[in-house]
Design a protein around this ligand. Structure first.
Ligand code: A2P
Length: 272
């Protein structure tokens, strides 16, 4: 397992299990437990996913010390708009049954995100969170935050996959010491990246699955990846990506698949 060091010195495992659209209850608790058994030490949830309780349960079921697991959750838009950052954070802690969070993110740049960031800084300075960051922020949102921040976000979590390399945000983050996390690293449902012929040819060449090729491409770009699955064998195989390396030429072949084709919501136009 590889770790990335965030801009405040905290180490984050470069692969985490994503649990977006993983139903609350046994589905989530089992996925988390299977992932930890497979070697994952990083789980990425959000208040709006509605499965924080089961994430906490899965961590406890695994029998691994909570302090050895990196847990991320996110502040939801309605709480941002209503200025309820601290209350929402305490609710997430209670729902997960944890007494601190490793990484807390502003989920979307909803109206009021500047104030939410100041509140997150307070929580961070009070020691309840190991690192704070943002998600779905474009460069101009980060520039706006930078006018008043006293803590630079540790990460920006954004959509990234072979059809959406998200280069501008990745480059900006690199320049500013912000780590990038990829959600939908496999393209999510229906993007078709795992059926792409270049990816399939590389899977044959390296003796790996298309998903492992795509994840490896992201890891070699220095990106933290958050693949989602509720199937145990996929959870296991998505983690089995540390025993091979893509050549520079093959990295470039995947870079060339970029079509700027976004599948998730757009940070400029979202309305939820
Ligand atoms: P499932 O949860 O049924 O396994 P992303 O992480 O990019 O959002 O992609 C998640 C989607 O890809 C889910 O639909 C998930 O389905 C599926 N998926 C996850 N891992 C794999 C894999 N190794 N091979 C094929 N599909 C996968």
């Amino acid at each position: 397992m590889n770790y990335i060091t965030l801009n405040n010195g905290v180490k984050i495992p470069q692969i985490g299990l994503g649990v977006f659209r993983t139903p609350d209850g046994a589905d989530t608790a089992n996925a988390v437990k299977w992932a930890i058994e497979a070697g994952y030490r990083h789980i990425d949830t959000a208040k709006v996913y509605g499965n924080e309780k089961s994430v906490g349960e899965g961590i406890r079921m695994s029998g691994i010390d909570r302090r050895d697991i990196f847990v991320t959750t996110k502040l939801w838009n309605e709480d941002i708009r209503q200025g309820r950052t601290k209350e929402a954070f305490l609710q997430s802690l209670e729902d997960m049954g944890l007494d601190y969070i490793d990484l807390y993110l502003i989920h979307w740049p909803a109206n009021g995100y500047e104030k939410a960031w100041a509140d997150m800084e307070d929580l961070y300075k009070a020691g309840k969170i190991k690192a704070i960051g943002v998600s779905n922020f474009n460069v101009h949102h980060l520039e706006t935050l930078s006018e008043n921040w006293t803590v630079v976000p540790a990460v920006n979590q954004i959509e990234i996959h072979p059809y959406y390399a998200n280069i501008e945000n990745v480059e900006y983050a690199k320049k500013n010491g912000i780590a990038i996390e990829a959600y939908s690293p496999l393209g999510g449902n229906g993007a078709g990246t795992l059926e792409n012929e270049v990816i399939i040819a590389l899977a044959d060449k390296y003796g790996k699955t298309p998903a492992q090729i795509v994840l490896r491409w992201e890891l070699q770009r220095g990106i933290i990846v958050l693949p989602k699955s509720t199937h145990q064998e996929r959870i296991i195989s998505n983690f089995d990506v540390f025993d091979f390396e893509l050549s520079d030429g093959d990295m470039n072949a995947i870079n060339e698949l970029n079509k700027n084709e976004k599948h998730g919501s757009d940070p400029e136009t979202f309305n939820f």
